[in-house]
Design a protein around this ligand. Structure first.
Ligand code: PEP
Ligand code: MG
Length: 640
């Protein structure tokens, strides 16, 4: 990340930026909450509404000609746009990689079969051009995947980007990322958005032709799925930046200092040398952290720890390996089901899981069955294909048909996923994790489905794992309270604190307006976590925490003191946490937890933690408010 920032400074022609910054009249700053640390410097680009979904509708036979014409016209428009972009970039300072991508995209558009095959689909199925393009893309994906070649597999993503561009033109919708592409001449772009759906973040994550160096989100909360995914983009990100959309204009010069929760708009030129210093510091930190990659995680007093990675996409596994993860503690498989008109087949899922499992070379890979529902919905077309009524209103998504409830509501979808996982489990150490358990009977039903999936594979003569560890997520307070009953039926458990806290405190994790009272330091939360961890430890069942707090250095110390030894987190946060844990004493952390048992308010918890950090000479003591994931002075009165 610091390298990127440094490149940003070089590529963005600092003198030019400096002149622009100083020529502007209004320099002001906005505050936000850090989601991903670092410093970014670049031009603002406002992002439109995050709706990137493709419309699907049937057409009459007589309309096919008109659809052909729309398709050809849209392809010509995109080809023209790209050619213009190339012409503008060739004598400018656009990075050569970006130019190469645009050239490749032009080649893809020139391929006549893209048009003729899509026309065949329109004619045969009597559907609109946008939809037909999606089907063509899926066909291509399948064909490319069969080639079992990583390089070619990546090329299909280029085709996907071209197809998406054409679909945007067809729908006449403003495409947020297109604005960014036009700004590519400047290299350094900081996106400013009201909010991003998880689906949008996924699309940004997969785009390689744009250079986004920072993200500013006006709404959003720290534990929203958007924020979690944004973190995996590994660029400095702030959420909850009130007024960002209204006050920032395209091409404003932005300095985003995520660690300080600060966004400076059109900074004074005197600030620039200081930015440069910060970048150097960050670079040194990164180099130091890399050296810890193969150091085993342990406390200073010799307690052995395991640090696992949370991933959302199969390609994230590379980051897990590069950051020395002890395994995948949470593979949020639901993201494989989003942003596509057709749900992934058993074979496609199998290939994906197998890729991750092989990359981890025998280390555990914990695949969470799809946590769909709530804000993580497949496309309407995909939903319709499984008989889900996409038009029906969901009263309260977080309490509705989500996670395992969703899977059990659509047995064929669930069985397909289980078969794919069981097949991939032949290639390594795979474990299955059930999201949002709330009843023991759910485990029994899942076990039955697992047997059924095994039988189906056996009947087909396909190799599969006879035994796979089955774990459950502790996200619903009822499970934490009656844990021993669940532990008897499970091989391991993982605490999803993001949801557990939401359900315990009745605070919507996606709702920025109540994020002030979403407080992991609430004494009741600490108490339930502590009891849960010791109950699992006493029962000899593996327990981990895979919610966001596991990566927070101060909160991780509390978890350590409660007896936790397995932490799972976003790849980018793994080495910074390891560095801290190596200095902690598990015995001292346990003493701290004993003292916290006497606290009855959030503020008294914070005060005692603060005293403890001071006594340990931990530099984070003075940053306590800024360092804790959830600094909330108002929470005192709310929880007191
Ligand atoms: C959690 O709830 O803590 C968790 C890890 O799951 P997710 O954030 O995907 O809901
Ligand atoms: Mg959860």
């Amino acid at each position: 990340m610091p390298e990127e920032v440094e490149k940003v400074l070089a590529d963005a022609a600092p003198e030019e930026v400096q002149q622009e910054a100083s020529a502007r009249i209004e320099s002001f700053s906005l505050a936000g909450t850090k989601v991903c640390s670092g410093v970014a410097f670049g031009y603002a680009q406002q992002l439109g509404e995050g709706e990137l979904e493709v419309p699907h509708f049937s057409i009459e036979k007589a309309q096919t000609r008109a659809e052909f014409t729309r398709l050809r016209a849209a392809i010509n428009t995109v080809a023209k746009e790209l050619t213009e972009l190339l012409e503008n970039s060739s004598h400018g300072d656009a990075p050569p990689e970006a130019i190469a991508f645009i050239e490749m995209h032009c080649q893809i558009l020139k391929d006549e079969s893209l048009i003729t095959d899509t026309q065949d689909i329109i004619r045969d199925r009597l559907i609109n051009a946008e939809w037909a393009l999606s089907i063509k893309l899926e066909d291509l994906r399948r064909a490319f995947e069969e080639l079992d070649d990583d390089y070619l597999a990546e090329r299909v993503e280029d085709i996907a980007q071209v197809v998406e561009r054409v679909q945007r033109v067809l729908t006449g919708r403003r495409r947020p990322a297109d604005t960014v592409t036009q700004a590519m001449r400047d290299s350094a772009v900081i996106l400013v958005a009201e909010d991003l759906s998880p689906a949008d973040v996924l699309i940004l994550k997969r785009r390689r032709d744009i250079s986004i160096t920072g993200l500013v989100i006006e709404n959003g909360s720290l534990t929203s799925h958007t924020a979690i995914l944004a973190r995996s983009l590994e660029i400095p990100t702030l959420v909850h930046v009130t007024g960002a959309r209204e006050r920032i204009e395209n091409d404003d010069v932005l300095l985003l200092d995520a660690d300080r929760g600060l966004l400076i708009v059109n900074p004074e030129t005197e600030l620039l040398p200081r930015i440069s210093n910060r970048i150097q510091q960050l670079k040194a930190v990164r180099a130091r952290l890399k050296e810890l990659k193969s150091t085993p995680a342990a406390t200073a007093d010799g307690e052995v720890l395991h640090l696992f990675a949370n991933i959302a996409l199969p390609e994230d596994v590379r980051d897990a390996v590069n950051n020395g993860a002890d395994g995948i503690g949470l593979f949020r498989s639901e993201f494989l089901f989003m942003n596509r008109p057709v749900l992934p087949s058993e074979d496609e899922q199998y290939e994906t899981y197998r890729r991750v499992v092989r990359s981890m070379k025998g280390k555990p890979v914990t695949i969470r069955t799809a946590d769909l529902g709530g804000d993580k919905m497949p496309s309407n077309q995909a939903l319709e294909s499984i008989g889900y009524d996409a038009g029906s209103a969901v009263v309260n998504p977080a309490l509705g048909q989500r996670a395992i409830r969703f899977s059990l509501g659509f047995p064929e979808l669930f069985l397909t996923q289980l078969r794919a996982i069981l097949r991939a489990a032949c290639d390594g150490n795979v474990r299955i994790l059930i999201p949002m358990l709330s009843r023991v009977s759910e485990i029994q039903i899942v076990t039955e489905y697992l047997k059924k999936a095994q039988q189906e594979l056996k009947d087909r003569g396909v190799p599969y794992a006879q035994k796979v560890s089955l774990g459950g997520m502790i996200e619903v307070p009822a499970v934490a309270i009656s844990l021993p009953i669940f532990l008897r039926k499970l091989d391991f458990v993982s605490i999803g604190t993001n949801d557990l806290i939401q359900y315990m405190l009745a605070v919507d994790r996606e709702d920025a307006s109540v994020s002030q009272i979403y407080d992991p330091m609430h004494p009741a939360v600490l108490s339930i976590l502590s009891k849960t961890i010791s109950t699992a430890n006493r029962a000899g069942k593996e327990i981990s925490v895979c919610g966001e707090v596991a990566a927070d250095p101060i909160y991780a110390k509390l978890l350590l003191g409660m007896g936790l030894r397995n932490f799972s987190m976003d790849c980018a946060r793994l080495l910074p946490l390891k560095e801290k844990l190596l200095t902690y004493s598990a015995a001292q952390a346990a003493d701290l937890i004993k003292r916290l048992r006497r606290c009855d308010t959030c503020s008294s918890v914070r005060n005692i933690v603060h005293e403890h950090l001071l006594a340990c000479g931990d530099p984070q003591a003075k940053e306590l408010a800024a360092c804790l994931v959830y600094p909330m002075p108002q929470a005192k009165s709310a929880a007191a």
